[in-house]
Design a protein around this ligand. Structure first.
Ligand SMILES: [Zn+2]
Length: 91
């Protein structure tokens, strides 16, 4: 694992913690920082991180806290951020 990937991993943890504590502004800062690190190193965010980072407002999505998750027929999941943005992915 590269240093960039390790940093992103750490930022992911911090974002998750902050979101759990409902400190959403701080969580956003970690998400943005991770995006910047990923961009600079051209490694992209890990899939798991992308799933929980809102593309619209950079919130770190915690189901039941600031996001709703619904399972749809056809084998995909819809995650809705409090800002109204949705993302869907297969599971
Ligand atoms: Zn959002």
């Amino acid at each position: 694992m590269s240093i960039a990937e390790e940093r992103i991993d750490r930022l992911h943890e911090l974002a998750r913690e902050a979101a759990s504590n409902r400190d959403h502004e701080r969580a956003r800062e970690y998400v943005r920082l991770a995006r910047r690190v990923a961009e600079r190193n051209r490694c992209g965010l890990p899939k798991e991180f992308r799933r929980f980072a809102c593309d619209e407002c950079d919130a770190y999505l915690r189901p039941g806290v600031n996001a709703r998750i619904r399972t749809r027929a056809g084998g995909h999941v819809v995650v809705r951020c409090d800002c109204g943005a949705t993302k869907r992915y297969p599971y």
